[in-house]
Design a protein around this ligand. Structure first.
Ligand code: TRP
Length: 334
């Protein structure tokens, strides 16, 4: 029987500092799990990163580190393409054409633009404004069927769909209309300090998040300090017990245990025991990831080889699409 063509997935992450446990559980860990069922392309979005000021040496180092970390988290270059966005110039070529199919008003409505321009009021650059167009190019250039995105990127994906539809109807059918990929066990991890907020590395309080590269002592300390409540009962109730419920979600993601199993495991025990168990489960999961990360980072030849091959392959796919778009747009072909 002929094998059904696998759907194509594309996602990207910005290389701005190490990922949090929230990025890992909510996104990156799942990327590795999709590789057998989908044709996956994963990208380190360094072009997007410069919409806010970056120190060049840090950006270069963080791009390398983010790539190594993605590999350590389970992206297998034999199954998926891993590449750095700036190494595939076709993205910026398509981005220009798409920007001429995107309305000023549409971009003005993007909530992330509003948030970021308020936060970086001294640098509201045009790139920050057209950021979603480049993101649309990232997706459409590979004819991706599915895009795993968090809630904060949903609006950008919606824009990509609109732009694709507009191009298709103005010229002719060219782009696949991408759908969001909603992970089955997509858990959202909240801040350890304020469990009503999402865990974020841009939080001022460093105790509110766990980083993938935190050492065991730091993980233990952050878990012990996590905000809970005064009930003393390990029970899942996201509304009334957000802190405990968040720790339970983390524990469940680390161990594969169901919530009722966890409730039984800790019935009659205090939060101290529970928090220690959560910490140990995180350490057990992250230790091999950290070791693999160090190994890859030290093997420069391997890492560069993977990224070079990834970029070449991505460029090959992307170039064909750009040629097609240029032709349809009416650019003179020699
Ligand atoms: N904008 C995304 C973020 O900040 C990163 C990104 C860039 C992306 N291009 C993408 C995500 C394409 C999905 C698809 O998280």
């Amino acid at each position: 029987m002929e094998q059904e063509k696998k759907k194509r997935i594309l996602s990207g992450i910005q290389p701005t500092g190490t990922f949090t446990l929230g990025n890992y559980i909510g996104a990156v860990r799942n990327w590795g799990k999709l590789q057998d069922d989908y044709e996956c392309l994963y990208m380190v979005a360094d072009l997007h990163a410069i919409t806010v000021r970056q120190n060049p040496a840090d950006l270069r180092r963080q791009t390398k580190e983010a790539s190594a970390l993605l590999l350590a988290c389970g992206i297998d270059p034999k199954k998926s393409l891993l590449f750095v966005q700036s190494q595939v110039p076709a993205h910026t070529q398509l981005s220009w054409v798409l920007s001429c199919c995107t309305q000023f008003g549409e971009l003005s409505r993007m909530t992330q633009f509003k948030d970021k321009s308020a936060k970086h009021a001294d640098n509201v650059n045009a790139g920050l404004f057209t950021y979603p167009v480049l993101m649309a190019a990232d997706i459409l250039i590979y004819n991706a069927d599915l895009v795993p995105v968090g809630a904060d990127q949903k609006q950008h994906l919606e824009l990509a769909r609109n732009v694709a539809q507009r191009f298709n109807s103005q010229y002719s059918d060219t782009f696949t209309i991408p759908d969001p990929y909603i992970a089955k066990a997509g858990a959202k991890i909240m801040s350890l300090a304020e469990p009503e907020k999402k865990m974020s590395k841009s939080d001022e309080n460093a105790n509110s998040y766990i980083l993938l590269l935190d050492d065991p002592e730091t993980i233990r300390r952050k878990c012990r300090r996590a905000v809970t409540d005064s009930d003393g009962i390990v029970r899942f109730d996201a509304e009334n017990k957000p802190g405990v419920s968040n720790l339970m979600t983390i524990y469940s993601c680390m161990t594969g245990k169901e919530m009722d199993e966890i409730e039984t495991e800790f019935s009659g025990k205090g939060y101290g025991d529970f928090k220690d168990a959560v910490a140990e489960s995180i350490i057990a999961e992250l230790t091999p990831v950290q070791q693999e990360y160090q190994r890859i980072l030290n093997d420069k030849e391997y890492l560069e080889g993977v990224l070079k091959e990834g970029a070449q392959h991505a460029q090959y796919i992307a170039d064909r699409l750009v040629q097609k778009v240029y032709r349809k747009t009416g650019f003179y072909q020699l």
